[in-house]
Design a protein around this ligand. Structure first.
Ligand code: PLP
Length: 369
């Protein structure tokens, strides 16, 4: 018998966006910009930074395992009781905690193609059969997902808005989807980009946590600019939360992350600034892509899914040399597509300038959809 689990041998590790330092080191360049991981271009919330400085003096102590203060604050912020909340080392960890809490031999989870790859990776690591359902117009096809449910289905993962396509399923679609889903199936709505979703018909699901078997995942990594600290949370019925508490590591969210996240909730000015940046810069990039003949999908998040008439792996490499890091979509086997995180105006201008330069040597104009 070999040492390594057979099923692990088939799992491909998650490939994150290339870090700025790595690109600068490898290419011997300075001033690279990263538009690859849907981070906040404005940096971390200033209130969170202040709180981190204060919390540094207590690093000799273990953190509060239950995130006591943060939980209390978030409960008031969301208007939900504390037993409905649990925190994770990023929402990534909560995906794993959920799967560990519900796993059974032979069980399956369902998600979509062209979505956040962690559902697939984490599902496989936890021994689930992972069914991925094709999208419809780059959007989760909830009707097809519902049809794919079998007696072995334990959970359905829906990224809303979806990463990488930026599309969302609306309130009506979600309501009719949830109708008739068996009670023993957990529907996980991963709302990592929830704060950016400005459309009126975006689902408001918090009020459903005790009526339907749903869990909502959110994060401090995106709009609050705290990706480096790793803190996310789940809102769900108190029974699921209580079981998940048994599964998580005792000190899974570090003390700096807890202090920063609690302070970030008060940083209304920063949240507003971040939303405005995305709103304005999205328009700037839409216009620039249109001028360049690059196809894009309208996005409800802080990134844009684009298609060029060229192999984006090549474009990715060429842009890297020019100090611009984007995300090609090779992991989905979509060689003409890329995902661009919306940056500051200065960063977006640099991206467009470099694309215009590239256009002189590579035809990047997208074919019609
Ligand atoms: C849809 C989605 N869910 C979860 C995450 C992970 O977030 P966190 O940093 O909280 O682990 C990401 C990160 O890109 C994401 O796009």
């Amino acid at each position: 018998m070999g040492l390594i689990r057979k099923d692990i041998k088939n799992i491909e590790a998650y490939k994150p966006g290339k870090p700025i330092e790595e690109v600068e080191r490898e290419l011997g360049i300075k001033g690279a910009i990263k538009l690859a991981s849907n981070e906040n271009a404005l940096g971390p919330s200033p209130k969170a930074l202040q709180a981190v400085k204060k919390a540094l003096a207590c690093l000799n102590r273990y953190p509060e395992g239950t995130c006591f203060y943060l939980k209390n604050k978030l409960a008031r912020f969301l208007g939900v009781p504390e037993p409905n909340l649990i925190f994770g080392n990023g929402s990534d960890e909560l995906i794993d905690i959920i799967l560990k809490t519900i796993k059974e031999p032979g069980a399956e989870i369902i998600t979509s193609e062209v979505t956040f790859v962690e559902y697939k990776i984490c599902g496989a690591i936890n021994g689930f059969v992972v069914k991925t359902i094709p999208m419809r117009n780059f959007t989760y096809d909830l009707t097809a997902i519902k049809k794919a449910i079998s007696p072995r289905t334990k959970a359905i993962f829906i990224a809303n808005p979806n990463n990488p396509t930026g599309t969302y399923v609306n309130s009506n679609q979600v309501t009719s989807f949830l109708e008739g889903i068996p009670k023993d199936i957990l529907v996980v709505f991963d709302e990592a980009y929830f704060e950016y979703a400005a459309d009126k018909d975006f689902p408001k699901l918090v009020r459903l946590i005790n009526k339907k078997n749903i869990a909502i995942l959110r994060t401090f990594s995106k709009i609050y600019g705290l990706a480096g600290l790793r803190v996310g949370y789940m809102i769900a019925n108190s029974s699921l939360v209580a079981y998940a508490q048994r599964v998580r590591q005792p000190f899974n969210v570090n003390s700096l992350a807890q202090a920063a996240a609690a302070a970030a909730l008060d940083d209304k000015a920063f949240v507003k600034l971040s939303k405005n940046l995305i709103k304005n810069e999205k328009k700037f990039l839409y216009d620039a892509f249109t001028e360049l003949g690059i196809w894009f999908k309208k996005s409800a998040a802080n990134f844009i899914f684009i298609r060029m008439n060229a192999d984006t792996r090549k474009i990715f490499q060429e842009l890297l040399k020019r100090g611009v890091i984007i995300r090609e979509m090779n992991c989905y086997n979509m060689p003409n597509y890329a995902r661009i995180t919306i940056g500051t105006r200065q960063e977006n201008i640099k991206l467009i300038k470099e694309l215009k330069e590239l256009e002189k040597v590579i035809n990047i104009r997208g074919v019609d959809q």
